[in-house]
Ligand binder design. Structure first.
Ligand code: SF4
Length: 433
């Protein structure tokens, strides 16, 4: 059976025009729409076969009920639990996760705290003159990628939405457009750019400032070289920005996680505002996981804050740097952790992992990963967008409904969390009695 309009639940592009062939309740082929990494996810690999609980150092298979009871017991007994991940699951699961965090007074945090958290902080400071990817596709004649390499990290981004895509006012595709890439090295994306600006590591803030000054007409205050970029190259970039009918800057973790962090993004947004004195210009973060944005949305509706929210006081307390996951773990504050749809074992600093090895860890995920190696309770989940449905937010804040294309006996994240929450409430009620 051929299924159309399937949505890829992998990166922030959330491509929603995939065509897959399903036979005997299995995805046999991805016929259209997906890039190679998207295809590999849809074809499936390395599933966690069964729920399991660690006993005497090794994981022993058990029933869902036993794993859920064990997880609930750990969370109900914890004094400073951390619930982390949430970016590769659906908004419905995120909502139950926040309810669970409220119930047990946990800190809840998503992967934004180690990727585009600085972008979120900057947007809270100065707002975001942005647009949808549809507008970019149809209108943009100047595309800037800054500290981002979509050719490797968001493989369909240029083809579907930006430089290569053909839109209503850009019918000739890249013939109608210019591409500027700003990066510290010549990435694959830089190799196809009309203009590649190589900047020195950690000098993004200075280069944004110089471009702002030039856009606002203060050429005299800009020195002959800024952050490794000559004034001549900066003036050329500004000429292209002024001449564009619609420009867009996509920025990645090369800017958010380099020196200056959220101040870089504040400056990038102000550069966009400076460009408004000449033309229409937008700016957008290249969000990584397919629903990293969705968690920030749901968390803001529910608690007033987008990530790193501490609910231990009985009200929401938000102070990234103090309440973000790695900071809590490095300070050895947490005494239990639940990780869902994420892999801190591969991505957190060694100091955090050393602490995680000493406390009870619960993992909810369809796939085994380095975190499975030290998890005490492992609960396999259905794969969102293949075996279960739900809502996610694309990088441009457009909500998209993931489709279910095959049946499974694995429980969806939302249901696993609901069962844990129910069990935690039962334990607490009993304790109250
Ligand atoms: S670009 Fe991203 S969302 Fe699109 S198919 Fe590739 S991995 Fe999936």
């Amino acid at each position: 059976m051929e299924i159309t309009d399937v949505v890829c639940a992998l990166c922030g592009c959330v491509c929603d025009d995939l065509v897959v062939e399903v036979e005997d309740n299995e995805v046999k082929k991805v016929k259209k729409g997906a890039c190679s990494v998207g295809k590999s996810k849809l074809m499936g690999h390395g599933r966690i076969k069964s729920p399991a609980i660690r006993e005497n150092g090794s994981l022993k298979e058990c029933s869902y009920d036993d794993a859920i009871k064990k997880a609930a017991g750990i969370l109900a007994a914890a004094r400073r639990p951390l619930l982390y991940g949430w970016s590769s699951t659906v908004c419905e699961a995120d909502k139950v996760g926040i309810e669970l965090a409220e119930e047990i007074g946990a800190v809840i945090d998503n992967t934004a705290s180690v990727c585009h958290g600085p972008s979120v902080l900057a947007i809270q400071d100065v707002g975001l003159p942005s647009c949808t990817l549809g507008e970019v596709k149809n209108r943009a004649d100047l595309v800037i990628y800054w500290g981002a390499n979509p050719t490797d990290a968001h493989a369909n981004h240029m083809k579907r939405y930006s430089y290569i895509s053909k839109g209503y006012w850009t019918a000739e595709g890249k013939k109608d457009k210019k591409l500027i890439v700003v990066d510290v090295r010549e990435t694959k994306t830089a190799k196809v750019a009309d203009v590649f600006i190589r900047i020195e590591q950690g000098k993004d803030f200075l280069v944004f400032s110089a471009l702002r000054a030039l856009l606002l007409g203060y050429e005299d205050v800009v020195p002959e070289e800024v952050g490794g970029v000559s004034k001549k190259d900066l003036l050329e970039a500004v000429r292209l920005m002024k001449e564009a009918k619609f420009g867009i800057t996509f920025f990645g973790m090369g800017v958010t996680q380099s020196t200056g962090r959220h101040n870089n993004i504040v400056n990038a947004i102000q550069m966009t505002r400076a460009a408004h004195t000449h033309t229409k210009f937008s700016i957008m973060p290249m969000r990584g996981h397919y629903n990293v944005n969705g968690f920030n949305q749901v968390c803001t509706w529910e608690t007033g804050y987008p990530f790193s929210v501490d609910l231990s006081r009985g009200y929401a307390w938000y102070n990234p740097g103090e309440t973000s996951s790695t900071d809590l773990l490095v300070r050895r504050e947490c005494d239990a952790a639940l990780f869902i749809a994420t892999d801190p074992g591969a991505h957190f600093p060694g100091e955090s992992i050393r602490h995680l090895a000493k406390i009870p860890v619960i993992q909810i995920d369809p796939f085994a990963n380095p975190t499975t190696e030290f998890a005490d309770v492992v609960i396999p989940a259905a794969i969102s967008g293949i075996e279960s449905e739900g809502n996610v937010y694309r990088m441009d804040n457009i909500p998209i409904r993931l489709r279910k294309v095959v049946d499974t006996e694995y429980l969806p994240d939302e249901e696993i969390l609901e069962k844990i929450l129910e069990e935690v409430r039962a334990i607490r009620e009993k304790e109250g009695e």
